[in-house]
Design a protein around this ligand. Structure first.
Ligand code: FAD
Length: 373
C-alpha cells in the first residue's frame, strides 16, 4: 500500500511514495477505527476478522465526546452524531428514593455528554466509512500464527495463505492470540463475582436522555439503565441476573438479550513488539463502570495509525500504557465506590453525588473527567 509524503531532499521538498503493507487483526471497534484512521492518513490496509459476519450483539453502549472529537479528525464523526442519542441526565437513587439528579442539558455541556449507541451500530458505521474508502473487512479469516523481527511481521491465515507486513495492529480482543504468540504478559486480576446485562425494548414512559443508577442492598448492589435507542435500553447489574434484580418500574415489551459476565482488570506489559502494535482489549481491560473500554481502544487505534503513518511508533507503547493506566485507576475507584458495602464509601458516594448535582464547578470538573478518554 502506498503513502505519498513530502520529504526534504537536498534543500527541496519532493513528493515521495512510500510503500507499506499493513494488517489489522480484528474488526471490533478498535480494529475498524485503526483501519479508518489509516485510510484518513492516506494508507490502506487489510483487515481480517475471525467471525464469518458482523456481530449483531452489543457490549459497549456509550461513545464519549472525546471519541467524537477524535473521529472528527478522521472525517468520520457525522454519522455518529446523526444516529446516537445524547445522554443528558443522570438520576441516582438509593432504595428507590432520589439521591441526586444531575442535569447536563445546559449550555456548559452542549456536545460534551456521552452518546448512547449500541456497539454493533458503532461497528456498522465504521464499516460503511471504510467501504466508501475502498477497504472491505475480510470476514471468516483469522490469523493463526504471527512472528515479528525489527523489520517485518510474518503472518499465517486460516485459509492457508500467508503474508509479510511492515506493520500489524493487533486488535483481536481480550483473549488476543497475537499477544499470547508474541509472549507479551497480561498481568492483573479477575474479579470473583458475575455481573449481568439485559437489552430490552420498552413501552410506556421512558426518558431516552436519562441514565438511571439505582443503588440498593447492604452489599453494594446496583442497577444501571442506559438508553441506547428511543425505546431500547441496556440494563446492567452488579448481580448475576439483571432482570430478576430490577426494582425500577419499567414496562418491558421485549427482551433482546441477556448475558452474565466476569470482569478482569489487566494490562499488557508492553503494547509493542517490533512491528506489532497491540490496541484495545488486546492491550487492556477493566470493568464497564464509566463506559470507557471501547473509547480507550478507539483512541489507541487512532494513535497507532498516526504513529505508523508518521513513522513515530517509538512512544506508542509508553504513551498508550500510561493512558490506559489512568483510565483503569479511575474506573476501579468508581467501581469500588458504587459497589461497596462499606458505610463510609456509601457516605462518600452520597456526598460526591450531591456536590456534583448542586455545585457548578464540581459538576463541570466531574463531567470533564468522566467524558475524557
Ligand atoms: C457488558 C459490557 C459493557 C460494556 N460497555 C461499554 C461501554 O458502555 N462503553 C465502552 O467504552 N466500553 C464498554 N465495554 C467494553 C467494550 O465492549 C470493549 O472494550 C470493546 O469491545 C473492545 O473492542 P476491541 O475491538 O478492542 O475488541 P473486541 O470487540 O473483542 O473485538 C476483537 C475482534 O477480533 C476478532 N479476532 C479475535 N482473534 C482473531 C484472530 N486471530 N484473527 C482475526 N480476528 C480475530 C474477534 O472475533 C473480534 O471481533 C463493555 C464491555 C462489556 C463486557
Amino acid at each position: 500500500m502506498a503513502i505519498e509524503v513530502f520529504c526534504l531532499d537536498r534543500g527541496a521538498f519532493r513528493l515521495q511514495v512510500i510503500q507499506m503493507d499493513i494488517l489489522v487483526i480484528g474488526a471490533g471497534p478498535t480494529g475498524l477505527t485503526a483501519a479508518t484512521a489509516l485510510t484518513s492518513r492516506g494508507l490502506k490496509c487489510r483487515i481480517v476478522e475471525r467471525k464469518d459476519s458482523p456481530s449483531e450483539l452489543s457490549r459497549a453502549v456509550g461513545i464519549m465526546p472525546a471519541t467524537i472529537d477524535a473521529l472528527r479528525t478522521l472525517d468520520a464523526a457525522d454519522p455518529f452524531l446523526e444516529e446516537a442519542m445524547p445522554l443528558r441526565k443522570i438520576h441516582i437513587l438509593r432504595d428507590e428514593r432520589t439521591l441526586a439528579y444531575i442535569d447536563n442539558s445546559g449550555n456548559d455541556f452542549r456536545d460534551r455528554v456521552p452518546l448512547g449507541l449500541p456497539q454493533n451500530r458503532t461497528e456498522g458505521i465504521l464499516r460503511d466509512i471504510l467501504a466508501e474508502r475502498g477497504v472491505e473487512v475480510e470476514y471468516g479469516i483469522s490469523v493463526t500464527n504471527i512472528t515479528t523481527t525489527p523489520d517485518r511481521a510474518d503472518v499465517n491465515f486460516s485459509d492457508s495463505s500467508s503474508g509479510s507486513f511492515d506493520w500489524v495492529v493487533a486488535a483481536d480482543g481480550i483473549q488476543s492470540a497475537t499477544r499470547q504468540q508474541l509472549k507479551i504478559r497480561y498481568p492483573g486480576t479477575d474479579l470473583p463475582n458475575k455481573w449481568s446485562i439485559a437489552d430490552v425494548d420498552l413501552k410506556g414512559d421512558f426518558d431516552p436522555e436519562e441514565i438511571t443508577l439505582d443503588l440498593y442492598g447492604g452489599e453494594g448492589e446496583f442497577t444501571l439503565i442506559l438508553p441506547i435507542e428511543r425505546r431500547r435500553a441496556r440494563i446492567a447489574s452488579s448481580t448475576e441476573d439483571a432482570l430478576a434484580t430490577l426494582r425500577l418500574p419499567m414496562k418491558i415489551a421485549n427482551i433482546r438479550r441477556t448475558a452474565a459476565f466476569k470482569i478482569s482488570i489487566r494490562q499488557a506489559e508492553t503494547y509493542r513488539k517490533h512491528r506489532v502494535l497491540l490496541a484495545g482489549d488486546a492491550a487492556h481491560c477493566h470493568s464497564p463502570v464509566g463506559g470507557k473500554g471501547m473509547n480507550l481502544g478507539m483512541a489507541d487505534a487512532i494513535v497507532a495509525a498516526t504513529a505508523i503513518a508518521t513513522e513515530s511508533v517509538d512512544s506508542y507503547s509508553t504513551s498508550r500504557y500510561e493512558a490506559a493506566e489512568s483510565v483503569v485507576r479511575k474506573t476501579e475507584l468508581a467501581r469500588k465506590l458504587i459497589s461497596s458495602s462499606n458505610p463510609l464509601a456509601k457516605s462518600a458516594l452520597w456526598l460526591s453525588a450531591h456536590c456534583i448535582a448542586s455545585v457548578p464547578p464540581v459538576h463541570r470538573a466531574f463531567m470533564r473527567q468522566w467524558t475524557a478518554v
